[in-house]
Design a protein around this ligand. Structure first.
Ligand code: NAD
Length: 451
């Protein structure tokens, strides 16, 4: 196991020079990052194709474009975000003024997963830089071409004692976690999230955990079924279902089941043709191990559509399984693949109860034309975030902090949310010396009660 202590000490020394606290330094770093991404766009697209067979369209829209947007948004607002924020002061503190100063934590560790290997390593880094931190990023070992392209891109623009990419697998991650960081930002699975939090606890290091879970997608009887089918098929099968906020399972109101599933099959054909395994742009499953795990679900319930696979190319067709119950294997853990099980409900309360009996999901989607029904779901079910009449799209807005709750994670990022995540809020009360109100002192009769 490598020892990263010396290397992290170098970052701590650099942080103490206070260079990263200068806003123009941060802006310049973000501009450099943007330029490097633009210049290496083709390299990144090729890497994502090599690791996951991502199409150029998906590579740009879900990885590169999203990161470039995040940089532009941050550059547009950073001057406002970094300013100390003046707050109100209570009358009991007469003579003083109150401020909250955002301050960088220091050296932060970012651990990323494989499913959006560029975006999920680069997007948190934008927040870390904007907030004035040094950073070590550990990308996923399961997408080595993209991790290598990212590492090269970063090493060409930043010195190691400011931003560094450390490549490697579990052992590398574990060795890094032996060290004391000032903040840890982890994106990955629930079980590994627990390991990260335990390691962070040793040093009382604050953490953001961006985890996963089974995100429900409810289609109520009054929904625009045709449109719902298309938006759900897109959100589920993009990246072959290997998306943390993909609808994990459908919760369909019984009466519309057949009509909806007919639209859903049409949508799959429209988006991926009627031979998705021959579609050169359909994302593949990341490894044989993941492929084999997913394949075991294909005989759950009744096969409604899809189900064909190609192990050599690690491809699984967009698949729908009906006659599913909560006790089926496919309903035990996050699926993370192009397989969509369907549960049915009669009353909305039934669906709510089913969801509430399971860990809080990262996302939830409700398709309904009725505002009271939309409101009921949003108010009564706890989940990280989601959409009404859409899927996945909330993740792309820099105005919406993105994160989980309960088992699906803690903390949030994107846009100002990222800046806040990587900043400690330092509260300062500035007192006047022109006068001194005496009531706080024990020798004053009546003390504070007089105010
Ligand atoms: P993972 O938890 O297996 O791995 C994530 C990272 O942790 C990798 O860099 C890996 O090297 C490292 N790691 C693995 N085992 C470790 C250990 N024992 N100790 C320390 N580090 C370790 O996750 P994954 O398979 O790469 O990604 C898929 C999971 O990530 C899914 O559960 C998905 O829902 C979740 N995810 C969440 C989000 C989000 O934003 N909430 C985004 C993408 C993926």
């Amino acid at each position: 196991m490598d020892n990263y202590r010396l290397f992290i000490q170098k970052q701590q020394t650099f942080f103490r020079t206070e260079k990263t606290k200068d806003v123009s330094f941060r802006i310049e770093a973000l501009q450099k990052l943007r330029k490097a991404i633009q210049e290496n766009e083709q390299l990144l697209i090729d890497a994502l194709r090599a690791d996951l067979n991502k199409s150029e369209f998906d590579a740009y829209t879900t990885e590169i474009g999203i990161v470039l947007e995040e940089i532009s948004f941050t550059l547009k607002h950073i001057d406002t975000w970094v300013k100390p924020k003046r707050e109100k002061t209570p009358v009991s503190h007469l003579g003083s003024t109150s401020f909250v100063y955002p301050e960088p934590y220091g050296t932060v560790l970012i651990i990323a997963p494989w499913n959006y290997p560029f975006q999920l390593a680069a997007a948190p880094l934008i927040g870390a830089i904007a907030a004035g931190n040094c950073a070590v990023i550990k990308p996923s070992e399961l997408t080595p071409t993209t991790s290598e392209a990212f590492a090269r891109l970063i090493s060409e623009i930043f010195p190691e004692d400011y931003i560094a990419v450390v490549q490697g697998g579990i052992e590398t991650s574990q060795a890094l976690l032996e060290e004391k960081f000032d903040y840890i930002f982890f994106t990955g699975s629930v079980p590994i999230g627990r390991i990260i939090m335990e390691a962070a606890a040793k040093n009382l290091t604050p953490v953001t955990l961006e985890l996963g879970g089974k995100s429900p997608c409810i289609v109520h009887g009054d929904a625009n079924l045709k449109l719902a089918a298309k938006r759900i098929a897109w959100g589920k099968y993009i990246n072959a279902g290997q998306t943390c906020v993909a609808p994990d399972y459908l919760y369909l109101q019984k009466d519309i089941k057949n009509e909806f599933l007919a639209f859903f099959k049409e949508a799959i054909t429209e988006l991926y043709s009627n031979a998705p395994l021959q579609n050169p742009d359909f994302t593949r499953i990341v490894t044989e191990k993941h492929f084999d795990r997913l394949s075991t679900f294909l005989d759950n319930g009744t096969l409604c559509t899809g189900g064909k696979t190609n192990r050599e190319k690690l491809l699984i067709e967009p698949t729908v399984l009906t006659d599913i119950t909560w006790s089926d294997p496919v309903m035990q853990d996050e699926i993370f693949g192009p397989i969509l099980p369907v549960l049915e409900y009669q009353t909305l309360d039934e669906a709510i109860e089913g969801i509430d009996n399971h860990p809080k999901p990262l996302a939830l989607y409700i398709f309904s034309e009725s505002e009271p029904i939309q409101k009921k779901i949003v108010q009564s079910v706890s989940f990280g975030g989601g959409c009404i009449n859409d899927t996945v799209y909330h993740l792309g807005s820099p105005y919406l902090p993105f994160g989980g709750v309960g088992n699906s994670g803690m903390g949030a990022y994107h846009g100002k949310g990222s800046f806040d995540t990587f900043s400690h809020k330092k509260s300062i009360l500035k007192q006047t010396t022109l006068f001194d109100i005496p009531y706080r002192y024990p020798n004053v009769k009546g003390g504070l009660r007089k105010i």
